[in-house]
Design a protein around this ligand. Structure first.
Ligand code: HEC
Length: 155
């Protein structure tokens, strides 16, 4: 049963080029809102924000060569790792998600914009493998519908 489920999951991950349900092309446009402060080419020195390539899977506030706020470093040290989930939470309301972080950006109001830019950024994190349900392995056959399908609505 579990084997079947994970096989299905793997198949669905392979089938979708982005892992997330967002649209990479649209995300590229949304990213225009970020380029004033973020590069995507590893060159962090050019802008006021850290480069966002290789973002997923790394802990917040840990890109070498960038001077983060104490707040960002602190949440990273406490275990805040960039995943589609934590990214969505942050981008929806950066100041609420990580109080006192120094990103001078109000966030994205539209969930679609967040999903799309997330998908775009995922293409710059080629090594990232999405872990499903970290910590509780057999959430698939419990009917905890309120926390399981919120971010997995595929069409
Ligand atoms: C006005 C400049 C600015 C804009 C616009 C901006 N950011 Fe940021 N961003 C920053 C700064 C500065 C930081 C570092 C925050 C800190 O150290 O507290 C940051 C940090 C981040 C981080 C954490 C990175 C890490 O290495 O931990 C993510 C993710 C992020 N921004 C995503 C985005 C996205 C996506 C957009 C566009 C939708 C965006 N930002 C728009 C300035 C900006």
């Amino acid at each position: 049963m579990n084997k079947l489920l994970s096989a299905a999951l793997v198949a669905s991950l392979i089938a979708s080029p982005t892992l997330a349900s967002g649209d990479v092309e649209k995300g590229k446009k949304v990213f225009k809102k970020c380029v004033a402060c973020h590069t995507i080419d590893g060159d962090t020195k050019k802008k006021s924000g850290p480069s966002l390539d290789g973002l997923y899977g790394r802990a917040a506030g840990t890109l070498e060569g960038f001077k983060y706020s104490k707040a960002m470093v602190a949440v990273g040290a406490e275990g805040w790792v960039w995943t589609p989930e934590s990214f969505e939470e942050y981008l929806a309301d950066p100041r609420k998600a990580i109080p006192k972080n120094k990103m001078a950006f109000a966030g994205l109001k539209k969930e679609d914009d967040i999903k799309n830019v997330e998908a775009y950024l995922l293409t710059f994190s080629p090594d990232y493998v999405e872990e499903d349900g970290e910590g509780d392995e057999d959430d698939s056959d419990k009917d905890d519908s309120d926390n399981d399908d919120s971010d997995k609505k595929s069409d």
